[in-house]
Design a protein around this ligand. Structure first.
Ligand SMILES: Nc1nc2c(ncn2[C@@H]2O[C@H](COP(=O)(O)OP(=O)(O)OP(=O)(O)O)[C@@H](O)[C@H]2O)c(=O)[nH]1
Ligand SMILES: [Mg+2]
Length: 313
């Protein structure tokens, strides 16, 4: 039984513990915000080193979150807060692609966290060109020619972000994953590097499941550049307390900035392989030594025999 004199002592211990935990959480949040700001600054520095904005093609199957990924990237790159601004049109899954035409969204990259960096950011314009493209045909009908067509549009991509939904019906997901090896082979044969973006991360129930999925996709696509992300969506705007405000999520911010950083690096690498300079500093293209071209067989259904997947499992 506690004596009455110990109660105030216990209460002050409890208060101290709560204050300590709150301070620890605030410190941790502050340091995560600092990390995001410094990553954004790193993206900005890398973009400014390239003389022209890098061009990233965002492609994938219908309603897997391509346009939402672009909106998410724009928000994180511009360090926006408050209402979610939609640069690319999104819609709930329907029978046809919500994105009809290829369009280029120029995402501005803000400076880091400090006032000096922000002022400098406003003065020098750093941009990343994100190409929002109509969806690839459904996995069952996808041909090599379809992937070729997606890759050969204007402006020519320097890197590809291949968007795949984690959640959704298992049958659809399985069909999309089955085609992954073929799609990524076609991208590689075009001399392009790519990242795989797995959207709807919250649908994955546990960290273990998320890691298993990441490994499986990495294995099939033969790349380590696989990222899981929960996009910001129009649905996030329905905040009862503050209507139309979308709360920023540090994990989403960090992931999308990491993806863009990787794409910038791939674009830089591609330019160093493909671009020469004339005497007056103009850029000229030269052939890629590692672009082996697409094999014949255009119009044939990719992996129709079911191969191209089993090869990797
Ligand atoms: N919960 C959740 N919903 C998402 C995510 N990404 C996209 N969505 C939702 O999925 C639906 C389709 O998203 P879009 O961004 O329009 O997909 P898309 O790939 O551009 O679609 P098309 O242009 O029609 O091929 C929308 O209702 C989005 O709000 C995500 O990471 N999490
Ligand atoms: Mg779209």
């Amino acid at each position: 039984m506690l004596s009455p004199s110990t109660v105030p002592l216990l209460l002050s211990f409890a208060a101290a513990a709560v204050t300590g935990a709150a301070a620890f959480l605030a410190l941790r949040r502050f340091s995560r915000e600092e990390t995001v700001a410094s990553l954004r600054q790193d993206v900005r520095d890398a973009v400014l080193l390239l003389r022209e904005p890098p061009t990233v093609l965002v492609t994938g199957f219908r309603a897997h979150g391509k346009s939402s990924f672009i909106n998410t990237a724009c928000r994180a790159l511009a360090a926006e807060a408050g209402p979610m601004l939609l640069r690319a049109e999104t819609s709930p899954p329907v029978t046809h692609s919500a994105t009809f035409d290829r369009c280029v969204i120029r995402a501005a990259v803000a400076g880091g966290g400090s006032e000096d960096e922000k002022e400098e950011g406003e003065a020098t314009c750093a941009q990343v060109a994100l190409v929002d493209a109509p969806a690839l045909p459904e996995p069952g009908q996808l041909t090599r020619a379809d992937v070729e067509e997606a890759l050969s549009g204007v402006p020519p991509p320097e890197c590809v972000a291949l968007v795949l939904r984690c959640g959704g019906p298992a049958k659809d997901r399985h069909a999309a994953v089955k085609k992954l090896a073929d799609v990524t082979t076609a991208i590689r044969q075009r001399g392009l590097q790519f990242v795989v973006v797995l959207t709807h991360k919250k649908r994955i129930k546990s960290m273990r499941k998320a890691e298993e999925l990441r490994r499986e996709i990495a294995f099939r696509a033969r790349t380590d550049c696989v990222y899981l992300i929960e996009n910001y969506t129009a649905g996030n705007m329905l905040n009862i307390r503050r209507p139309w405000a979308t709360k920023n999520n540090l994990e989403t911010h960090y992931t999308v900035l990491m993806i863009v950083r990787q794409c910038v690096e791939f674009a830089k690498l591609r330019r160093s392989h493909s671009i020469g300079q004339t005497e007056n500093g103009d850029l000229i293209g030269i052939e890629y030594s590692w672009d082996v071209g697409i094999e014949s067989g255009q119009g044939t259904s990719m992996g129709a025999s079911g191969d191209g997947v089993e090869d990797y499992v």
